[in-house]
Design a protein around this ligand. Structure first.
Ligand SMILES: C[S@@+](CC[C@H](N)C(=O)[O-])C[C@H]1O[C@@H](n2cnc3c(N)ncnc32)[C@H](O)[C@@H]1O
Ligand code: SF4
Length: 403
């Protein structure tokens, strides 16, 4: 390791319950059975923050993300208490971005004003689609009018900096349906739009009983057409699935993608922490199962150092999601590795047309962004069977160098 630097620090807080588990979802989320254990969970999260605080003493939190699950099942007062603990135990930068994920079907009328008063500065709303039938096929608990009402309330509450999650490639969805969803979303004047292709995740109901989905060519056409509509509306694609108005990129997610640090608290939360003086980068993992997490002691948090062999892949897995890519200096500062460690693999990816040189470093080409998994193969930890550069040439037999 050479010049490992201490990166910015974020906080992720996981809330694992939902009104109903969606059949496509493999997040650590569970159908709420019985009463929400709001008080005990907030107290447990506070203990989690306090227990992890000594690892990051002296570092201010630059963004907080309340994710799930459905954090909006928790009251503004409960969210406010977690923020208060965060301020006391860790310290929060005065201009910190504080995002709350909300489900349009699980948000009390008028609650956004109170979340804002509690310290929330940004909301991410799970719209998914504006087609009643599509929402039904996805097992969602909300309707398109619920999303429209939530968006109107966000504007009225002074939280115009909100994101809408949309999915495309939905069961029986035609191209026009995907485009209509984007147009309906834009009509609500969000600042940010996350656009995900529906994937069949192992262990989900959809993986066990797959619905008929549009094929890859149809999904590629949706991506192109929707991207064009978003660009025309002033939304730049700055990440594989992320589009935003100027200045409205999600700072919390940018920190992940630039290989920044984050504390992970709550059931199943992951963290990443850099100890520059000790030249160590560790991943932390909390207990996944909410009931076990609730009663567990501080020792339940597991920590594992990321080895020097794993670091190039871990870095690229994040950095190559960004349209603008990364600088060599960032790779060196955030991994502590010499640039020479990846130089040959970067060169191979350039030659394969998957990476492009920029003034400050490298970015994925259009093709590299679309076939990100192929690009990432080049950075897998090297084994005798798989040298990174040769893995790349196997993955991309012929390449159109579009950038
Ligand atoms: C944790 S959820 C968001 C908040 C809230 N739980 C909700 O669903 O309204 C994060 C987002 O990931 C996306 N997502 C979840 N499962 C997915 C899948 N299998 N394929 C594509 N996108 C998925 C959805 O757009 C979802 O809103
Ligand atoms: S509401 Fe969100 S987190 Fe909960 S199951 Fe559905 S997609 Fe997953």
């Amino acid at each position: 390791m050479s010049a490992l630097a201490t990166p910015p620090l974020a906080l992720y807080v996981h809330f694992p319950w939902c009104v109903r588990k969606c059949p496509y979802c493999d997040f650590n989320s569970y159908t709420l059975k019985g009463a929400l254990p709001q008080g005990p969970y907030v107290a447990r999260v506070a203990r989690d923050i306090a227990a992890q605080a000594p690892q990051v003493s002296g570092r201010l939190v630059t963004s907080v993300f309340f994710g799930g699950g459905t954090p909006s099942l928790f009251s503004p007062e409960a969210i406010g208490r977690v923020l208060e603990t965060t301020r006391r135990q860790l310290g929060v930068a005065p201009d910190a971005e504080v995002t709350l994920e909300a489900n349009p079907g699980a948000i009390e009328r008028g609650a956004f004003r109170e979340y804002r008063a509690a310290g929330v500065t940004r909301v991410s709303l799970g719209a998914q689609s504006f087609d009643e039938q599509a929402l039904h096929a996805l097992g969602r608990i909300h309707s398109p009018p619920d999303t429209r009402r939530a968006a109107a309330e966000l504007h009225a509450a002074g939280l115009a900096n909100f994101n809408l999650d949309l999915m495309y490639g939905l069961p029986a969805q035609p191209l026009a349906g995907a485009v209509r969803d984007v147009e309906e979303a834009l009509a609500l004047s969000p600042a940010h739009l996350s656009h995900y292709q529906l994937t069949l995740e192992p262990g989900t109901v959809f993986a066990a009983r797959p619905p008929a989905l549009p094929d890859e060519d149809a999904c590629a056409a949706m991506l192109d057409e929707c991207g064009a509509r978003l660009a025309a509306a002033g939304f730049a694609q700055y990440e594989v699935s992320g589009y935003s108005r100027a200045g409205a990129q999600c700072r919390h997610n940018l920190n992940y993608w630039t290989f920044g640090d984050y504390l992970g608290v709550g059931a199943g939360a992951h963290g990443k922490l850099t100890f520059a003086a000790a030249r160590r980068i560790v991943r932390t993992t909390q207990l996944r199962e909410p009931r076990r997490y609730l009663t567990a002691g501080d020792a339940a948090l597991t920590q594992r150092a990321i080895s020097a062999q794993e670091l190039p892949f871990e870095f690229m897995l994040n950095a190559l999601r960004l349209s603008e890519g990364f600088a060599e200096a960032t790779f060196v500062a955030r991994t502590g590795l010499a640039w020479q460690v990846v130089e040959a693999r970067v060169r191979a990816a350039l030659e394969a047309g998957l990476l492009v040189r920029t003034a400050g470093g490298y970015r994925p080409s259009v093709r590299g962004l679309r076939f990100l998994n192929d690009l990432l193969l080049a950075f897998l930890p090297e084994t005798p069977e798989n040298s990174g550069a040769s893995a790349l040439s196997m993955a991309t037999p012929e390449v159109a160098a579009t950038a």
